[in-house]
Design a protein around this ligand. Sequence first.
Ligand code: ASP
Length: 337
Amino acid sequence: MMEKRVLMLHTGGTLGMSGRRPTPLKPDTYTHALLSHVPELRQLGHVEVRILCNLDSSNMTPARWMDVGTTLAEEHAKFDGFVVIHGTDTMAYTASACAFLLDGLRKPVIFTGSQRPLGETRSDARSNLVGAVELATKDIPEVGVFFDSQLFRGVRTVKSSVWEYDAFASPNCGPLAEVGVDLVIHDRVRRPSSPFKLAGGFESRVVCLELHPGFHPAILDSLVQNGVRGLVLRAYGSGNVPVVADLSLVPAIERAVKAGIAVVIVSQVQRGGVDLSLYESGAHARSAGAVDGGDLTTSAAVVKLMYALQGGGVEHVRALFGQDLRGEGGVPAGRVG
Ligand code: ASP
């Protein structure tokens, strides 16, 4: 059998950092020698390592997502699979961005990283890298996040632990694959239905705000003055917002939408999602023009909103949020309206 070809793109994160308390961890250069640190990767296929950038992932930007997505698209035909080494803090955002960019993906794109640097004796980096490279040689044409022993769909993933090795969860969608004694690939892996292409880009004038009791509606009006084009509002429960007296958000949502800001409502609660038809306080938000984000994670909603706004305004956003583009979920078809 032909040896599989895997491109490993390094973008940064703890995996390639050094430092020991009290010195803070920061990006180091030894990822250049990654293959000599984990020689067993060579047994899984021909692995080529490329350093795209070396950042703490809090410094990632939509422009950097484009660099990652463009590189993956340019190399799509030349490799059997891809591993992206990335910091855990914003991994769910970059993985979501790549999922939206890589329409009709034919190859696995596996994001991974670690909670402790590769250079430390008791690190999760080695097993995450080995699992990610093995998954990148399989027939999994999706952008996934592999950590500990599970591969999740990138657009469904949330960072769920700062300290534990199983740092990610996928609250509303089961794993795509599990790596244990056996490597099990689940049936929910999606298959491409269109030719492969690099699709779109990102409008970065988007903000995300979380409601709390006492949240003042004037904050939404200030977004209009500041040229914001999209808002992800993390509302209560199934998408509820205050609707009473001075602190009612409904008039402010209406003003924002009329001014051309797309307002998408997601839930502060991880499991389940938004249904703006369930309570009066959600229904009023919908009548004011808010878009129902369904069970989207916050990071998937932010990235999808940036992606949608690159192609049009409020009505285009509404139309795209009524579709499940990359398995990100959202509003079940029967409830769109
Ligand atoms: N601050 C790091 C980053 O996201 C955390 C990590 O990699 O786990 O780059």
